[in-house]
Ligand binder design. Sequence first.
Ligand code: ATP
Ligand code: MG
Length: 385
Amino acid sequence: MENAIIIRYCEIHLKGKNRGYFEKMLKENIKRSLKGINFTFTTMHSRYLIENFDENDYDLITNKLQKIAGIHTYSRALVVDSNLDDIFEAAKLLCEDKEGTFKVATNRADKTFTPSSMETSMILGGKLLDVYGGKIKVQVKNPDFTVNVDIREDGKTFVYTDVVHCLSGMPVGSAGKGLLLISGGIDSPVAGYMTCKRGMKLDCIHFHSFPYTGEAAKEKVIELTKKVGEYNGGINLFVVSFTHIQEAIHKHCPEEFMITIMRRFMMRIAERLAKQQGDQAIITGESLGQVASQTIESITSSNSVVTMPVLRPLIAFDKLDIIEISRKIDTYETSILPYEDCCTVFLPKFPAIKPNLERVIRAESKLDIEGLIDEAFKKVEKYVF
Ligand code: ATP
Ligand code: MG
């Protein structure tokens, strides 16, 4: 009796003629993620199969599968020769620690196998009751668990009970590339996770205000970036020094526009970096109305300095829903660590909640915008995770 992992995808089925492209990308993403682990990989009618792996690697493999966008579910299966005795032995083993209601569902790709699917299910169900009758009971509608028997064309049969749900979404890389503005907060890592789950491969940019924000604040962002990278098949982080820009705004512009003008610089720098890296979109963690810088007027102001699409996957999310996702992807505890963010450094007492764009542009005209941006690009640190 051998072990196998059956991997299924879902939305790719909808892809018509392009399906091959998505399937190939998912296959490559799986193989890349499992690099260094010994196994064999086969494609089989809209499913992938992982076999011949070391039992000790099972948890490692399945933990990785749960972070690969495009995988809908997986099952651990026992693989036996296609005969009733061997199939029953496998089913018996799988039901050892089960209790409650069950049914057997047989599917024959090999139509030469006898008896029929229905009869096979009945025979196996009866035999399982003979062994475990005290703790399991047949129920065809909505049973607690199903013993699936998949009789393949090649003389082998899969037997499995559990189906584990994974991320779903689309394979990373199938929806182009984007640049995530990542802060140390709760929202932006969630926005990144959601975007790469839809197939966009991410790079990250973070604005750092050394010495106002310290090493610990940067480490926190590195930690968060790595977590997002687990879903992204690795990730690049660009840390851009922002202090000189903040100091210039602080010195030359009205205090109420501090955040507004900072945001406009962030967007300009992000767009320039995105173009250099071949990224096609900018992604932020903004959520409508969450803070003064996320009113529609503030968003209009920061959006108006770039032409690249700006994706805001959290725009209509409530904070509690965002927190729930951040817990799920294990970024929450890191995000709430109390380090200064560059946006809190020069925080005005009364930020403009509905900044007037003409006044903002006038205020900003006191600055050497291009010069400040050029200077920021002289101090970019790149990390590859
Ligand atoms: P987050 O929880 O992601 O920090 P937030 O609710 O604190 O978001 P803001 O501080 O207004 O909101 O930031 C809005 C968005 O701007 C962030 O989600 C992020 O995409 C981007 N951003 C803010 N600060 C930085 C920074 N220091 N570096 C890079 N991007 C940033
Ligand atoms: Mg923040």
